[in-house]
Design a protein around this ligand. Structure first.
Ligand SMILES: Cc1ncc(COP(=O)(O)O)c(C=O)c1O
Length: 381
């Protein structure tokens, strides 16, 4: 029998794609006379900034292969952005690598680092599902744990952090990040921090894992994963980056060169333009802030409590009932949200409400929610 034949198809290692289970509520929400307000996914709806589109178009003549490592201009733009926006003064451009969006890096990092059976990947208890998927693709063992002390003698090779979190919007303070980095360094594990909501802090500024207060001034064993999807409305471009420990980034580069995991040249040029301009990011932040300011009190008046949600693109809401009951209740108002159980058992009484809808749709949601508060519907009622 050829090696690996007994293992079965790779997809069999992966969990069932949960979004299909939301379909009946999508259908219900679509029956609303004024149409659905879809707050179930975090996909940007506002325009890609004109200066980014122009940079993409200007780089459209791209007959040769782009560098897997990215252009020097891109690597320098990333380092300058980390210095300017994240308080990371010492990011070496050699420790920067563009990725095809950040989801692929989340999904393939354990494999690219050479992890396999017997290796443990630690991820948050309530988490974006792709950390778990990445561990499984590598044949490693995913362990959902917010505290590291309970982990025992297992061979932890990679620890994922996600601050600000999807779905909870929780922000980890620098002391917490530092403790994780210290713990991981003592064990030779890599810390990868997914920071794609970094520019969307509503209550305070989220710290980067690469900040000197966290790393003690050395990036050894530490990687930050970032994405331009959210800050620059660039999800369709697939524009991400991994940065930090130069030796680790070189290793990732080596494998990715062989595997053809290359960001297209026009997208690299668009990324340089996006990273060099803070004005469009501030403008987009304001749009999300307004939507949050409308939606949060409307949810609260309708009997929801908002937990965490200090940053990011979501409100993490609960009525103290099973999340599917809340999903059903909101779908009856034509509002589609994601059940917290998609993100782990600890999310079973929450729903994730995305801010990624137009102002008009967010206002419609608030109006519909006020009907729920007027009806005085109690949890479970
Ligand atoms: C926590 C987190 N990481 C990564 C991603 C992937 O983003 P992208 O692949 O668009 O960079 C998302 C997208 O929603 C996310 O929420």
């Amino acid at each position: 029998m050829p090696a690996g034949a007994a293992a079965g198809p790779l997809s069999a290692r992966l969990p069932v794609f949960p979004w299909d289970t939301l379909a009946p509520y999508d259908e219900l929400a679509r029956t609303h006379a004024d149409g659905i307000v879809d707050l179930s996914v975090g996909t940007p709806v506002d325009p890609t900034p004109a200066l980014v589109q122009a940079a993409l178009a200007a780089a459209a003549d791209a007959s040769g292969y782009p560098l897997t490592a990215g252009t020097a201009a891109l690597r320098e733009a990333v380092a300058a952005w980390f210095a300017r926006r994240r308080g990371v003064p010492d990011l070496d451009p050699a420790g920067v690598l563009p990725t095809i969006g950040s989801k692929e890096m989340v999904a393939w990092l354990p494999t690219l680092l050479g992890l396999g059976p017997g290796d443990v990947v630690v991820l948050p208890e309530i988490a974006y599902p792709t950390y778990d998927v990445g561990a499984r693709l590598a044949g490693a063992t995913p362990v959902a744990a917010d505290g590291l002390t309970a982990l025992g003698p297992q061979r932890v090779r990679l620890v994922w952090l996600n601050s600000p979190s999807n779905p909870t919007g929780r922000v980890l303070p620098p002391e917490h990040l530092r403790k994780v980095v210290t713990w991981a360094r003592e064990r030779g594990a890599v810390v990868a921090s997914d920071e794609c909501y970094a520019e969307l802090g509503w209550e305070g500024a989220p710290a980067s894992v690469l900040h000197p207060d966290v790393t003690g001034g050395s990036h050894d064993g530490v990687l930050a994963v970032y994405s331009l999807s959210k800050q620059s409305n660039l999800a369709g471009y697939r524009a991400g980056v991994v940065a930090g420990d130069v030796a680790l980034v070189r290793e990732l580069l080596e494998v990715r060169r062989h595997a053809g995991m290359i960001v297209p040249a026009p997208v690299q040029a668009a990324m340089v333009a996006a990273l060099g301009d803070d004005a469009h990011v501030a403008e987009q932040r304001q749009r999300y802030r307004r939507r949050r300011d409308v939606l949060r009190p409307a949810l609260e008046a309708a009997g929801f409590r908002i937990d965490d949600s200090q940053a990011g693109l979501y409100l993490w809401a609960t009525r103290g009932e099973d999340c599917w009951e809340s999903v059903r209740r909101l779908a009856g108002l034509g509002i589609l949200v994601a059940p917290g159980s998609f993100y782990g058992v600890a999310g079973a009484q929450h729903v994730r409400v995305a801010l990624t809808a137009t102002d008009e749709r967010i206002d419609a949601a608030a109006t519909r929610l006020s009907a729920l508060s007027e009806s005085g519907a109690a949890p479970g009622g």
